[in-house]
Design a protein around this ligand. Sequence first.
Ligand SMILES: *[C@@H]1O[C@H](CO)[C@@H](O)[C@H](O)[C@H]1NC(C)=O
Ligand SMILES: *[C@@H]1O[C@H](CO)[C@@H](O)[C@H](O)[C@H]1NC(C)=O
Ligand SMILES: *[C@@H]1O[C@H](CO)[C@@H](O)[C@H](O)[C@H]1NC(C)=O
Ligand SMILES: *[C@@H]1O[C@H](CO)[C@@H](O)[C@H](O)[C@H]1NC(C)=O
Length: 442
Amino acid sequence: MANFFASKTFTTLSDLHPNMANLKIIGIVIGKTDVKGFPDRKNIGSERYTFSFTIRDSPTHFVNATSWGNEVYIRSLSNSFKVGMCVIIENPLIQRKELEREEKFSPATPSACKLLLSENHSTVKVCSSCEVDTKLLSLIHLPVKESCDYYSLGDIVANGHSLNGRIINVLAAVRSVGEPKYFTTSDRRNGQRCEVKLFDEMESSFVMICWDNESILLAQSWMPRETVIFASDVRISFDKFRNCMTATVISKTIITTNPDTPEANILLNFIRENKETNLVDDEIDSYLKESINLNTIVDVYTVEQLKIKALKNEGKADPFYGILYAYISTLNIDDETIKVVRNRCSGCGYIINEASSTCTTCNKDSSGFKSVFLSFDMLIDLTDHTGTLHSCSLTGSVAEETLGCTFFLSHRARGGLRISVLSCKLADPVEASRNLSGQGSI
Ligand SMILES: *[C@@H]1O[C@H](CO)[C@@H](O)[C@H](O)[C@H]1NC(C)=O
Ligand SMILES: *[C@@H]1O[C@H](CO)[C@@H](O)[C@H](O)[C@H]1NC(C)=O
Ligand SMILES: *[C@@H]1O[C@H](CO)[C@@H](O)[C@H](O)[C@H]1NC(C)=O
Ligand SMILES: *[C@@H]1O[C@H](CO)[C@@H](O)[C@H](O)[C@H]1NC(C)=O
């Protein structure tokens, strides 16, 4: 048994039995939920608070612990540690797990027990990483599932709709981590959302959504194009709006950052080797490929406001969205020195190098050459009463559609700021003037 942390003082998780008393347990926190409040039935008008976490003390043993108490206690306990830290728990109540019911909502744990922590009887102490065995710390890089028990992004896309609603494990690299968005739900609760884009050898962009602060916090520690994750028990769904499969982090999910497994190391080598192909075009195309819910875009900008906002936003990976009432002041398709169409790779959608006729993103040499398709790629200027945005590039299906269109300020333009306008329609003059009144020129 892998109880290498056994000492006289700590009980290993493998030795836990229901109703054992006066225990002291040490473990590394591998998962954690947000704090939630519930009306207290015994004490009408007041609320009880709870959060759960999962600790591990060996490759094969981890348990789920739930803490209950008043708001102040639960919030301060929850704030005192995060995933990756080690904790010592004294006097937990050991209960037998109600298998089926619990594992629907909580990480599937191998132990037959769960821990219940109460404010009055139990204590949780955070230990600094120098106090604990490095073997305990290294458990954070071990997935909670078999290292080969996962779907690649390519597998998920290939399986398509048949995986809709399924809960599976995913191994992938982090492509980008969006900024968390905070909002209030219709029943006036606070909500949050963060979109992480994943990639691997087969798929260049795959969305995973986090809806809870704990997973958003974890995601903020990931390095784009450097971090690999093993996400156990994420839900796969078909996103009708984007017309693609997506993953969602749920309360069962445990995400292992930089897993130490042979499969993860292969993926890590792949992302390191392909780092150089991380062209500006690559990022532009990633925006091109995603569709955004237009209904969520309500902020109206003038050209001038947009430039100011872009300056403030400089250095941030995330784009921002808004509505611009403007006219196309330059649409030059007659100049023969300017390319209006370019070849894109049908494998990944990236622009093909004209000279070598190969896609540097998915083929190292011409032997694996995939077919190409023609795509519009032109530069336009947009003007309103406050100024002009030069060299916005109007590309792809965008240019083909009259109503839905996407374009970008070219990376060739000074400042490198990119703007994505997601729909281009004739503006109703009355609406435009109403929206712009009070905005005026600055
Ligand atoms: C632990 O179990 C409880 C139910 O007993 C559940 O609400 C919680 O989400 C679980 N999760 C974690 C991470 O501990
Ligand atoms: C915890 O202790 C406090 C004060 O000692 C007491 O008022 C409270 O009822 C106890 N709570 C529980 C759940 O036992
Ligand atoms: C998540 O964090 C935000 C910002 O700190 C906060 O307003 C919100 O209440 C938190 N939500 C939960 C469920 O803890
Ligand atoms: C601003 O424009 C939106 C649509 O883009 C419209 O729904 C809204 O009514 C306009 N606001 C005003 C004050 O006219």
